[in-house]
Ligand binder design. Structure first.
Ligand SMILES: Nc1ncnc2c1ncn2[C@@H]1O[C@H](COP(=O)(O)OP(=O)(O)OP(=O)(O)O)[C@@H](O)[C@H]1O
Length: 250
């Protein structure tokens, strides 16, 4: 098991957002966190990464309490891509190399440069290496920050709606890359998503959040029309097209 979350709760000053959240994520798992706007998905990711401090409960990475890990140690183990990115004046290569920061003492080693090149390659960004971030489209920038998180070589990848500003081809590409990366590198990913079809196709675990509590969690068996309707308040059917399950609102 890479990630274990026990009894996690969080509240903003004016409102309680998460209550009694318990789940685990194993090596090779791609867990999709699903739920309506405001359900608490981003807040949950931020609690896992200690961007926010949970008011109750504990987050363990390989049985180590993350509350006791230093920021640097946490950055080696958790790669986090937030929903909104701050613009920075840097080349794509330097932006991805920044993912190696927790490992670099004085200057980047050959290994750091190699890992950076590999991360760029996995997102098809080699041709962009010397371009400046402010010269890229929103979707291209999104891919750069995902490459940076991969360069961190974390055990746990946290992605907050990584496909939201991508075109159709790149949505599938990025979801596939995440699935392949976690499987090939013995790591795991926790990803907030709105596209149920993308989630069903590429994730292997699902966590349905409703009003700050876990409504259902597990493998594909929890993605039933009944559960989806209860969470999203939209009746749906699930049909197979060329052996691929597709969620259709009816
Ligand atoms: N900084 C904040 N202060 C107070 N309340 C907040 C803050 N950030 C979020 N909230 C509230 O907490 C709840 C959960 O927000 P969160 O962003 O986690 O939802 P989400 O499921 O990620 O939504 P979305 O799908 O729209 O991104 C919402 O009701 C939101 O209004």
């Amino acid at each position: 098991m890479i990630l274990s979350v026990k009894g996690l709760a969080f509240q903003y000053p004016s409102r309680e957002v998460l209550q009694d959240i318990n789940f685990t994520v194993a090596k090779g798992d791609f867990l999709a966190i699903l739920g309506v706007n405001g359900a608490g998905k981003s807040t949950l990711l931020k609690c896992l990464n200690k961007v926010l401090s949970p008011h109750a409960g504990t987050v363990f990475i390989r049985e180590e309490d993350t509350g006791k890990l230093s920021r640097r140690e946490l950055a080696k183990r958790i790669g986090y891509v937030a929903q909104r990115q701050e613009g920075a004046f840097a080349t794509v290569f330097d932006a991805v190399l920044l993912g190696r920061k927790p490992y670099i003492q004085w200057e980047a080693s050959q290994k750091d440069l190699e890992i950076t090149r590999k991360a760029l390659k996995s997102l098809d960004l080699e041709g962009y290496a010397l371009r400046y971030l402010n010269e890229l489209s929103g979707g291209e920038q999104q891919k750069v920050v995902i490459a940076r998180a991969l360069a961190q070589e974390p055990e746990l990848l946290l992605l907050d709606e990584p496909t939201s500003s991508l075109d159709l081809k790149n949505q599938f590409e990025v979801a596939k890359i995440v699935r392949n990366v976690v499987q090939d590198n013995q790591m795991c990913a926790v990803v907030t998503m709105h596209d149920l079809n993308l989630a069903i196709r590429y994730a292997n675990k699902f966590l349905l959040l409703k009003n700050g509590v876990i409504f259902a969690a597990g493998g594909l068996e929890v993605m039933t029309p009944e559960n989806i309707e209860s969470v999203y308040a939209v009746p749906v059917k699930i049909k197979e097209i060329e052996d691929i399950p597709v969620v259709v609102p009816v």
